[in-house]
Design a protein around this ligand. Structure first.
Ligand code: CIZ
Ligand code: SF4
Length: 304
């Protein structure tokens, strides 16, 4: 089918099947354009929780679809591609969480939303890059085991010196490829550009940022800034929303790997197939869902 036909077919199926399409900022522009809501995982988790439609189609990676299912369990949640997984979501073992819990008192296990449902089920609260700082400050426990991302954990820890942090060695390969050298080279070439950094980048890169924050934070900052040019250290899919809000500004991306293959699994074709065949449905163990729900609801409560 041609693009216009695909778009038409998706719109028709969406109405017929009472579906809502949610898309993350890292997905392709075509997908963001057709989605009902586009945002970061915190925002999309709130939309998914309240969605009245029967079908929720999540254009993103598996942990996002799982979170939607956990927060709105009576709905059918579909993902366009079952291979769209985030490697970081698996970078801590359940045994490690149990071990650290057993060894420490007055400890909260804080889990980045980029994690499997099983990991969330063993955690006290979830966070996203948009709310991690606020939530960690609101936690009563004096010790924080931050999983799975060491870089986001370090970024938060720096700003919450009153708490003791235990880190875990997880990372995002995409953000890790955005090295200090590449950012410095880009800055030498474009000295006027402001540097916008996602906190999944390593601490040496975070230290170079004029602004450090989540995707929604980066978009907001770039839109308000009176600068015309930016060096952006996060996944390239964000360019679509940046350009939509700022058609005349220039965004330069750095990194050996600028695109996350999992996020690019979604296309208009796979989205159409998803709606037509009602595949691939997210199913989760009931007990895991209940426990993981607690961590996600705690995120919504503590981020207020
Ligand atoms: O929280 C999210 O949506 C992710 C994965 C990135 C970000 O900063 O928005
Ligand atoms: Fe995971 Fe990184 Fe891809 Fe985000 S960009 S889904 S953290 S691998």
């Amino acid at each position: 089918m041609k693009k216009q036909e695909l778009i038409q077919a998706i719109q028709t199926l969406k109405k017929e099947k009472d579906a809502i399409i949610l898309a993350h900022y890292y997905t392709d522009g075509d997908v963001q354009e057709i989605a009902d809501y586009v945002g970061d995982s915190y925002y999309l988790s709130k939309i998914a929780k309240e969605a009245p439609q029967q079908l929720i189609v999540f254009c993103g990676v598996l942990f996002m679809g799982e979170s939607a299912k956990i927060l709105n369990p009576d709905k059918k949640v579909l993902m366009p591609d079952p291979k769209a997984d985030c490697p970081m979501a698996h970078m801590v073992t359940l045994e490690e969480i149990k071990r650290v819990r057993a060894e420490h008192e007055d400890l909260a296990v804080v889990c980045y939303i980029n994690s499997t449902a099983e990991i969330k089920a063993l955690s006290d609260v979830c966070v996203t890059s948009a709310n991690a700082l606020k939530i960690v400050k609101n936690i009563e426990a004096s010790k924080i085991f931050f999983i799975p991302d060491e870089n986001l954990g370090s970024y938060v820890a720096q700003q919450v010196p009153e708490k003791e942090f235990i880190f875990n060695k997880g990372f995002c390969p995409i953000h890790k490829s955005m090295s200090k050298e590449l950012v410095q080279e880009a800055k030498a070439q474009y000295p006027e550009a402001e540097i916008l950094i996602h906190p999944e980048c390593t601490p040496d890169v975070v230290a170079l940022g004029d602004y450090v924050g989540s995707t929604s934070g980066i978009i907001e900052y770039a839109t308000k800034s009176n600068k015309e040019e930016f060096i952006v250290c996060t996944e390239i899919g964000i360019e679509y929303a940046l350009k939509q809000n700022n058609p005349h500004k220039v965004f330069r991306f750095v990194g050996e790997m600028k695109a996350c293959a999992s996020m690019k699994c979604v296309s208009l074709e796979t989205l159409y197939e998803t709606l037509k065949n009602e595949q691939y449905e997210i199913t989760l163990d009931e007990d895991v869902m209940k426990k993981a729900e607690h961590a996600l609801l705690e995120m919504h409560r503590l981020a207020q």
